[in-house]
Write a protein that binds this ligand. Structure first.
Ligand code: GLN
Length: 466
């Protein structure tokens, strides 16, 4: 479950996807790096981090695993921040190769690797990170990966040793590039730093924070710190969109529609720009080297949460226009001094949240979070004002309805303002009929507030308020 989210329907949505996909078998745990073969094929973690830094998770999201190829976009981000796209592109291309991750995909004549997401391009990118020594180069990489994750990461030394002991193909790629003049450092050193970066350890939530940092334009939404310039985040996500899923990149872009990167340990990070960072962990891999359950999960989550890059985004503007309790202000009409004093003292038992515009998943997440911050600790009244809401997307409506049912189950009385009865959507999950709770309908905010305040005053004074 997420930290400090009282109505965590987002984690519940993730848990539903987790339940649905856990039985999915197929795929093989990577064995060419012997240590990776020891991973538990049933581990399956899911995490989602919002642009406000809210974290949601399901399954084995606290199991740690090595980043492997998921490190590539983040190290590319570091290299771009230091040297810029023009300089980096002289050494590493930005064209999808359509080849497997470990292919010898080097440009004819120059030896330049096709892109930074395949191993050859990643090794070349790593060697471009400015540093005087190999140790310093890796320190800088670890520092950047940690800043993306928002906490100090470390290396899984066993994975590192295993990879270094079985890494001849990657060393061969480094030597080939060096022979062709496309690698700037000693090839053996380049491969070593690359092996260490692949062995950096994260859990699924760390990885979702890393993806969210790219999605937020380079600012870590949990720590609030800028990790890379916005332009770099855009460049990295672009390369992830076209090359991140290797020879399955086209299929991925059509079906899921998100910049993403997978790794052979079973990790997958996807960035939904200005919306969410998403991560999955599940060790069994398909024939392209991507985790089977993670791919299935993103195929499920992308349409459900409306995340596809080509999906028409909701018009901008604040979603939540009011989020308050009555003790801060009395809204409900004329009151005597004594009633005002009572409302001032006990008004924290009446919560009001108002939303506007299109209620899609992104907006619903914000609305639900806002409700969590004001719903009273003791049974009270909760008013949700939808008067300015223009469209309720189906899954978002279901999510808000689920939260309202939870709020009702806690003993609160609920009033909904201005939700249109739409005969075109008889089964809209947000219509009152579909709510198994006792919900009052009001045409305006003032009348809803007066209803709640009257009820509170009556309870406090033992007589109906006039
Ligand atoms: N360290 C792995 C390798 O170089 C990374 C590959 C991957 O995750 N696709 O083989």
């Amino acid at each position: 479950m997420a930290d400090e989210e009282p109505f965590d329907v987002v984690s519940e949505g993730l848990a539903e996807v987790h339940r649905q996909l856990l039985p999915l078998d197929g795929g093989e745990v990577a064995a060419y790096i012997p240590k990776l073969a020891q991973a538990d094929p049933d581990d399956f973690g899911l995490a989602l981090v919002s642009m406000d830094g809210h974290r949601y998770q399901a399954g084995s999201s606290d199991v740690r695993f090595s980043l492997q190829s998921v490190s590539k976009p983040f190290v590319y981000a570091l290299a771009l921040s230091e040297l810029g796209l023009d300089e980096i592109s002289r050494w590493v291309g930005i064209e999808p190769s359509g080849d497997a991750f470990n292919a010898i995909s080097l440009e004819h004549g120059t030896g330049r690797p096709a892109n930074p997401m395949i191993n050859a391009g990643a090794i070349a990118t790593t060697s471009l990170v400015p540093a005087d020594t190999t140790v310093e180069r890796f320190e800088r990489i670890l520092h950047t990966l940690s800043a993306f994750a928002g906490r100090q990461l470390d290396v899984d030394e066993e994975v590192y040793r295993s990879e270094a002991a079985s890494g001849d193909r990657n060393r061969a790629l480094a030597y080939l590039m060096h022979a062709a003049g496309s690698l700037r450092t000693d090839p053996a050193d380049a491969a070593e730093v690359y092996f260490r970066q692949c062995s950096v350890r994260v859990d699924t939530v760390d990885l979702a924070v890393m993806a969210a940092t790219l999605a937020a334009g380079g600012v870590n939404p949990v720590t609030g710190r800028r990790v890379v310039p916005e332009q770099v985040a855009i460049q990295v996500m672009s390369v992830m969109a076209t090359c991140g899923m290797y020879d399955a990149a086209g299929d991925w872009l059509v079906r899921v529609g998100l910049p993403a990167k997978s790794g052979v340990s079973g990790g997958l990070a996807a960035a939904s720009p200005a919306r969410f960072g998403i991560a999955c962990y599940s060790p069994p891999l398909d024939r392209t080297g991507s985790p089977v359950r993670a791919v299935a999960a993103l195929r499920e989550l992308s349409p459900r949460f409306g995340l596809h890059l080509m999906y028409r985004p909701a018009p901008g503007g604040a979603t939540v226009t009011a989020c308050s309790t009555v003790d801060k202000d009395s809204f409900g009409g004329h009151r005597t001094d004594e009633q005002r004093a009572l409302l001032h003292r006990e008004g924290h038992r009446i919560a009001l949240v108002a939303a506007q515009g299109e209620l899609d998943f992104l907006a619903a997440e914000r609305l639900v979070h806002a409700l969590g911050t004001v719903v009273p600790a003791v049974p009270g009244w909760v008013i949700v004002d939808f008067a300015e809401v223009t469209v309720v997307r189906r899954w978002a409506g279901g999510m808000v309805a689920a939260v309202l049912r939870k709020i009702a189950a806690l003993g609160h009385r609920i009033a909904l303002v201005g939700l249109p009865d739409d005969p075109a959507r008889p089964d809209d999950p947000l219509t009152v009929e579909a709510l198994s709770a006792d919900v009052a309908r009001h045409s305006g905010r003032t009348s809803a507030l007066a209803w709640a305040e009257d009820a509170l005053l009556a309870e406090l004074t033992g007589s109906p308020a006039g």
